[in-house]
Design a protein around this ligand. Structure first.
Ligand code: ZN
Length: 348
């Protein structure tokens, strides 16, 4: 009896014009197609565990490769109602990834092993270590695009089979021109999990050159007023949050805004205890729910870091890792941790 299905991604070629195929299994508490995949964990394997579907020959430890894997999960997360969370490796992780000596350069690029029936679980993705991998997207013809391959393999890991359509990343054949998700691929994911219906909103960031503090808003009218005030200069989009009228999702929480009457800057908090405490503090004016954000990180979200400016008393927020490192090194800023998780650099 076949205990698992093995899906390969090869460089041979054929072309037909049919549509996506589903493998049958899915993630999520509700196994009916069209229902959420809930939160699925993934890890970079650090060990071979007795009884896993396939063994890894080596482990995917390079952070440049790891970053592309997370971006590949995010590509699917942004399309369908499913979230992916990176966790430390263990036998209980849902999807585990690593390297294998599959068949040398060319031929098979990756293999994903899933249960042959029932709910998805214990999926193993093995990538061929001997390929001439290309990072950062849009590989030239002589290389193999790593993110395209990983995105294809994750497609299998969430229940999608090979598409017969030539213009599909889930086609069995690696194409040098189709390197990201196509409509046929997105339709397959939506068929299984439903659409990702999260409404992302832009949070604009302003700088007050006189006081030194920052101001954040998602409100169009407020943005226009502040832009015309001559006090603040618009620095661009600070990060992308989630609309406050977004229907409840697991881990989604309201983020409250307070005006600091002393510094004139705003404080955002998602911590209910802090909100309750600040409401009793006469220095802060409670302004209600500003937007929503997540309580934990997923493949598509990033931490929004919060700093306290000990010189002027205001708070500073950034979703940019580079900026976070610079501000961390400045003596007047005290790092207070990740305030919440939101989106950065997304297409709206
Ligand atoms: Zn495949």
């Amino acid at each position: 009896m076949c205990l698992f299905c093995l899906m390969d991604f090869t460089v041979e070629s054929f072309e037909t014009v049919e549509n996506f195929q589903l493998q049958g299994g899915k993630w999520g508490g509700n196994q009916v197609n069209g229902f959420s995949g809930d939160t699925v964990t993934y890890s970079f394997a650090t060990q071979n565990i007795l009884g896993q579907f396939e063994n890894f020959d080596s482990f995917l430890t390079d952070v440049s490769f790891q970053r592309e894997v997370t971006q590949s999960f995010a590509a699917w997360e942004n399309v369908a109602d499913i979230r992916f969370q990176l966790v430390p490796d263990s036998g209980s992780v849902d999807i585990r990834l690593g390297w294998g000596n599959i068949d040398g350069g060319g031929g098979i690029l990756g293999q994903t092993t899933v249960p042959s029936f029932g709910a998805l679980s214990d999926v193993v993705i093995i990538l061929d270590i001997d390929e001439d991998w290309f990072l950062n997207g849009d590989a030239p013809p002589e290389n193999i695009d790593f993110s395209a391959t990983v995105t294809h393999e994750i497609g299998h890991a969430i229940g999608i089979g090979h598409s017969q359509k030539s213009k599909a990343l889930m086609n069995a054949t690696y194409s040098r021109t189709i390197l990201d998700l196509q409509n046929d691929d997105k339709d397959a994911a939506i068929e299984i999990y439903g659409e990702n219906d999260i409404t992302k909103i832009e949070i604009f960031r302003f700088f007050n050159p006189n006081a030194g503090g920052h101001f954040f808003t998602s409100d169009g009218l407020e943005k226009t007023t502040v832009e015309n005030s001559d006090i603040f200069s618009l620095e661009g989009i600070g990060f992308h949050a989630i609309a406050k009228n977004q229907a409840q999702e697991p881990d989604l929480m309201p983020v409250y805004r307070f005006l600091n009457a002393f510094s004139g800057s705003h404080l955002f908090t998602a911590f209910e205890k802090e909100k309750d405490h600040l409401i009793t503090n006469a220095d802060f004016v409670f302004e209600g729910v500003a937007f929503k954000a997540f309580a934990s990180q997923s493949s598509a979200t990033v931490p929004v870091h919060r700093f306290f400016n000990t010189e002027i008393g205001g708070h500073f927020f950034t979703a940019n890792t580079f900026e976070m490192e610079i501000v961390s090194s400045m003596s007047q800023f005290r790092y207070e941790g990740a305030a919440f998780y939101a989106y950065t650099d997304v297409e709206l």
